[in-house]
Unconditional design. Structure first.
Length: 122
């Protein structure tokens, strides 16, 4: 079973996502980007990182840019329910990675994560 790291500073969101995705993945959670990076140091078999965008200590965009450097083989996905037009445009300048996910029903999220696993990574 592939392992994914879910990062969100809202515990309720972590709980819902972890429970929903635990059938397909070995789910590990972190409350923010800083803790996620610390956890990744000793985390073997990581297939992907799913991160909230808006977090206090380190936002998801910053986190996934660092993940791309230290673990380029893992898929990276960004989720948010709160994004402004300017922020969306700025993030689109980064290219196709990280992927922006506006929250969807869990079955759609499962399918999207499955698709991300199959994309080529540097």
């Amino acid at each position: 079973m592939e392992r994914i790291l879910i990062v969100d500073d809202e515990q309720a969101h972590l709980d819902v996502l972890a429970e929903a995705l635990s059938r397909e993945y070995d789910v590990v959670t972190a409350p923010d980007g800083t803790d996620a990076l610390r956890m990744m140091e000793g985390l073997d078999g990581l297939a992907g990182v799913l991160s909230d965008l808006n977090m206090m200590r380190m936002n998801g965009d910053e986190l996934l840019q660092l993940v791309r450097i230290i673990r380029p083989q893992v898929f990276r996905a960004l989720m948010t329910a709160k994004i402004g037009t300017r922020q969306f445009e700025e993030m689109n300048l980064l290219g196709p990675d990280p992927h922006i996910i506006i929250p969807k029903p869990i079955p759609s999220l499962r399918g999207l994560l499955s698709d991300l696993r199959g994309l080529p990574r540097p």
